[in-house]
Design a protein around this ligand. Structure first.
Ligand SMILES: [Zn+2]
Length: 91
């Protein structure tokens, strides 16, 4: 999983047809604006799971830590991020 930092009003472009924008940040909540083609379903994960969508598996679970540097996997900057995700341990 690629992890990026963005500020309010900044965007991430995925491929040549999907834009994810940071609309607002309040406390621990982030409001996203998502522009995607009509044939690309966009759901909150919990909704996608409920309606039986094809939900991709996360490369790592929340709360896992890198065994090499000890940081949360989401913050780890180790050189081989994929291997780190596979080795990550829960605490
Ligand atoms: Zn690490």
């Amino acid at each position: 999983m690629l992890v990026l930092s963005r500020k309010r009003d900044e965007e991430v472009v995925i491929g040549d047809s999907i834009i994810v924008g940071i609309v607002d940040i309040r406390g621990d909540k982030v409001r996203l604006g998502i522009q995607a083609p009509r044939d690309v379903p966009v759901h909150r994960r919990e909704v996608a799971e409920q309606i039986g969508g094809n939900v991709p598996e996360r490369q790592f679970k929340r709360g896992q830590f890198c065994p090499d540097c000890g940081k949360r996997v989401i913050e780890c900057r180790c050189s081989n991020a994929d291997a780190v995700a596979r080795k990550a341990v829960a605490r």
